[in-house]
Design a protein. Structure first.
Length: 306
């Protein structure tokens, strides 16, 4: 499994491109960001080191699914709002023997991909790797993390490939617990950092922000509990604060999106929590408010650029 297609050209997509190309894989990135596609083709994928130096890896990048065929594996690393487009592209270019692995944020990505590819060709996973995009085709790691994959007939070969690229990985019988665990973290940290324009650790330094962080964590965990999901931690507040502490210098992906004036994943994070809460009669006013406020930020940015 050496021909790898990465759907996306953002921070995590570029990071995975670097790691896999360094391990000897032939990597193609499929995206829509023209500046990134040009940079990746001309300069390769660049992994910026803490001292400012960078490592460069040769990859291919394209905006055309017809130029991204015959991959053994596709890693889906686009934003959740782009998953429908990614599914249609993969239906066109991924061979019948190919497998799509989603490591995206939020809920519903596997279901969207499965509609076009079929359930057996989609593998659900989650990653706690962090990355910051410094420019088109340039990425810096934002903290170590691991990848968790659901048990699947082909999860072993995917695991071997990613571990061969130096990535920490585990295969778990049921990934929904981890998906919801990350959702608790993302619903608490991401919208607050985006609204306040601060790095993760600042949320712990400001008493009011810390209270809001804790309240969002408890509210989201309450929805998971009502759905019968056993979270991977006993105390959601302690877990969220631990993540904020360990990633103190990181700018969340949602903050990065807001700064760029790009759409965010708020619909698949707080919006998903709201929908799940409404379906089961669980009040989720904090997630609803975060959903509306972040959506309003993008609406405002969009009006300014029209």
């Amino acid at each position: 499994m050496k021909n790898i297609l990465i759907v996306g050209t953002g921070a995590l997509a570029t990071l995975f491109a670097c790691r896999l190309a360094a391990a000897g894989a032939s990597v193609t990135l499929l995206g829509t960001w023209q500046n990134a596609i040009e940079a990746l083709n001309h300069n390769g994928a660049r992994l910026v080191q803490p001292d400012g130096s960078s490592l460069q890896f040769g990859v291919r990048a394209t905006c055309s699914p017809s130029e991204a065929k015959n991959a053994d594996l596709a890693l889906v690393l686009v934003k959740a709002w782009q998953t429908g487009r990614a599914a249609r592209q993969l239906k066109e270019c991924l061979p019948e023997s190919g497998l799509a692995v989603t490591l995206q944020n939020g809920l519903g990505n596997r279901e969207i991909l499965s509609e076009d590819l079929g359930q057996q060709r989609v593998l659900l996973g989650i990653t706690t790797l962090g990355a910051s995009l410094l420019g088109p085709g340039q990425v810096q790691m934002g903290g170590d993390g691991r990848i968790s994959l659901e048990a699947h007939p082909r999860s072993g070969e995917v695991s071997a490939l990613l571990q061969g690229a130096g990535l920490r990985l585990e295969i778990v019988p049921e990934v929904s617990s981890l998906i919801w665990g990350k959702l608790v973290v993302n619903a608490a940290i991401n919208p607050l950092t985006a609204l306040l324009r601060v790095s993760n650790g600042v949320l712990l330094e400001r008493p009011a922000a810390r209270l809001a962080l804790a309240a969002l964590a408890r509210e989201t965990a309450g929805v998971a509990s009502a759905l019968g999901v056993h979270l991977p931690f006993a105390d959601p507040v302690a877990s969220v604060e631990d993540v904020a502490r360990r990633t103190a210098a990181n700018r969340s992906s949602m903050l990065q999106d807001v700064i760029r004036g790009a759409p965010t994943e708020i619909d698949a994070i707080c919006g998903a929590v709201v929908r799940a809460g409404e379906e089961h009669g669980i009040p989720v006013p904090l997630n609803w408010m975060m959903w509306q406020l972040i959506s309003a930020l993008h609406d405002s940015a969009h009006q300014l650029t029209d």
